[in-house]
Design a protein around this ligand. Structure first.
Ligand code: KG4
Ligand code: ZN
Length: 342
């Protein structure tokens, strides 16, 4: 039975290779979380093929949304808002979820709420967690983005730094590919590194200008690829696990240093991790150490909420619902939108 102030949001996410839908109660309580991953389809191409991603979203979206409603034991009549990722991401993929959400909202007279995917990743931290409130600093680390963001309040952001070239997840995936590991490479490097020696190869730690909170991962990526190529050319054998662990040490230590700098600059005490790479076990452990040493409160999402899902979109949608930030039926997909832009 629906209580008077309860708000049920259906979240829909199709920005890349996951077709996902979820029902979230009052922004934090996850009632269902259905994710149909296309990893097995894209694996053979070594990465996501946009056209194939769109076609597969079309195939499964209605079933995924139905399952999310069914397993939450709710019908569309009781849904207060439909939150959907409209940016950034693969244009064709975004349009599938967006048009599905628009059709449902129109047909059932439900409020439509467009959500920025990156904003969604931040809100993954509110899922099943009733302790976290803004302000805080978040490191968004995913396949497409590396950002340090000051979350001043719900929906109010100040970008402190971003990547000048490759995203951290992109570097993980590329290096994994060259090491012969399957897509997506991040989790594979995570596992392999556990048996490797992180001090065996010294890869660059790219900090850019003094006190800069921006990132650059292309130099590190090239250094690792050059190391592998040159070993192969000279016929020198190397241990994949040592390359993986040494790469990971460099990639993560930049993130640790810049997160600490951002926390000090803004005199902030709450640090939050978000995005697919925040599922990484080495990153989590190192961030725990950093937080203990500096007395930061540290939050990261449950692993299932780190990578793309509909629940984080629903959570973000809930806070927009509370302030009446709704969208019209003319809402369009925006492949390249940044956080804080509309
Ligand atoms: O957030 P996400 O699902 O999609 C984007 O918005 O980009 O992130 C996907 C990225 C991929 O690059 C994947 O390799 C990486 O997150 N990833 C990981 C781990 N799990 C996922 N990287 C390192 N370690 C992991 N355990
Ligand atoms: Zn994502």
């Amino acid at each position: 039975m629906k209580k008077q102030n309860d708000v049920y949001i259906l979240g829909i996410e199709t920005s890349c290779d996951e077709t996902a839908a979820s029902v979230v109660l009052n922004g934090r309580q996850v009632l269902s979380n259905i994710i149909s991953s296309q990893i097995d389809i894209h694996k053979k191409f070594g990465g996501v093929v946009p056209e194939i991603a769109s076609r597969n979203h079309i195939k499964v979206i209605s079933q995924v949304v139905d399952e999310a409603l069914e397993s939450a034991n709710i019908t569309l009549r009781d849904i207060d808002g439909i939150a959907v990722t409209y940016a950034p991401g693969l244009e064709g993929a975004l349009l599938v979820g967006l048009n599905y959400a628009k059709s449902l909202a129109f047909a059932y007279g439900i409020k439509l709420i467009g959500v920025n995917h990156l904003e969604g990743h931040i809100f993954a931290n509110f899922l099943e967690n009733f302790d976290l409130e803004p302000p805080f600093i978040t490191a968004i680390v995913s396949g497409g983005h590396t950002n340090l963001v000051h979350v001043i309040d719900y929906g109010k952001y100040e970008i402190l730094g971003s990547t000048k070239d490759d995203a951290i997840g992109e570097a993980y995936d590329k290096i994994a590919r060259v090491l012969g590991l399957e897509y997506p490479g991040g989790p594979k490097i995570d596992e392999l590194s556990k048996i490797g020696n992180e001090n065996s190869i010294s890869f660059p730690i790219v900090m850019l200008e003094k006190n800069s909170l921006d990132f650059s991962y292309s130099g590190l990526k090239s250094a690792v690829l050059n190391y592998i190529n040159s070993c192969n050319m000279k016929g020198i054998s190397f241990k994949k696990e040592d390359v993986a662990a040494s790469f990971q040490k460099s990639a993560v230590s930049v993130l640790l240093k810049k997160s600490q700098l951002a926390m000090e600059k803004l005199n902030c005490t709450t640090l939050v991790l978000a995005g697919g790479v925040s599922a990484n076990s080495y990153l989590r452990n190192e961030m725990i150490k950093l937080s203990n040493e500096n007395n930061f409160r540290l939050f990261f999402p449950k692993p299932i909420f780190c990578t793309d899902n509909g629940a984080m979109i629903a959570s973000c949608g809930y806070y927009k619902y509370l302030i009446g930030k709704f969208d019209g039926i003319d809402l369009n997909g925006k492949a390249n939108l940044k956080l804080g832009e509309s």
